[in-house]
Design a protein around this ligand. Sequence first.
Ligand SMILES: Nc1ncnc2c1ncn2[C@@H]1O[C@H](COP(=O)(O)OP(=O)(O)OP(=O)(O)O)[C@@H](O)[C@H]1O
Ligand SMILES: [Mg+2]
Length: 345
Amino acid sequence: MLVLGIETSCDETATAVLNISSPGSFKILSECVASQTDVHRAYGGVVPELASREHLTALPLLLEECLAQSQVPLEKIDLIGVTCGPGLKGCLLTGVEFAKGLSIASRVPTVGVNHIEGHVWAPRLIHPELEPPFLALIASGGHSEIQIVKGIGEYELIARTVDDAAGEAFDKSAALMDFPYPGGPALAQMADTFAGKPRFALPKVMREAKGLSFAGLKTAISLLVQREKQSGSFQSSKAEIASAVQNAIVDALLFKVGKALEASRLSTLVVTGGVSANAYLREKAMSLRVPHVLFPAKQHCMDNAAMIAYVAGIRFLICGECGSQKESLEIHPRWPIEHAGEQLV
Ligand SMILES: Nc1ncnc2c1ncn2[C@@H]1O[C@H](COP(=O)(O)OP(=O)(O)OP(=O)(O)O)[C@@H](O)[C@H]1O
Ligand SMILES: [Mg+2]
């Protein structure tokens, strides 16, 4: 089955073509991503209206490029998978309406995919052996979640974002330290240049909170940066501060993951989403007391369409036409993963 994936939930436009025969047997034929970082940098964050317009311009070009790379003409596509939520309303609408147009014109069924469900299954793209049940830490720009994954469409929430998501915590800390948007990866890169234990003590957040909360971290970082600037030592201690911030965020996330592993006694942990690109998080997750720890490939940590095509394909294989929608396809800007299967009737 040849599946076209379309992803436009935030500030990356992505398309991909996958050939899927079964959950563990598939091939990525092509994948294309157009990032909008340069457009939004001047504003210090994603401007939703600009993001939608960028998707509109990029989508036809990316479709053409990814069909050409895969050497699959549109007429040969069997299924379209498109992100319906969660995400920015205008951005989701652009992708969904584009998919609907293609679907009607080429008489191909379409499956609406939950973006977070895409992130959960992204590691399968390089680990076809990954089988549920497993524990998933989803750490992305808009979400931090710990879920028990029992199968496609079967999730049990353990904890989720209360205030900032993990990626937001990285990006906002980076902004406090004067890194240009999006600062998370730059902060991480600088943190990795510091060897040893940072002198700075940041609060151990998330210990008591029920959900995944970074409350108190930003204030502490802001005060620390202010103090170092006033004493004139900010530039010389920047890598050390970055390391302390990275440690604090990773330590908080993995504290909760450790508790969830103990309680669930699951033997596989999946760490996914944009922040799973972080080398320190990967290293520390590997040292947890769990036999198997899996991550996505670097290109599948951030938003991509291969994970969307994959979930669409598997859903369609499991329930056939019942997993597809055409004109009735709707966007769901807020769409918890536990309800990912509900709109598929
Ligand atoms: N090496 C890294 N270290 C820390 N954070 C990183 C790293 N690389 C990327 N990130 C963060 O990952 C986030 C982007 O991830 P992703 O693309 O999955 O998020 P999103 O799609 O915007 O949000 P969501 O998936 O929740 O809708 C950004 O906040 C970015 O700073
Ligand atoms: Mg994402």
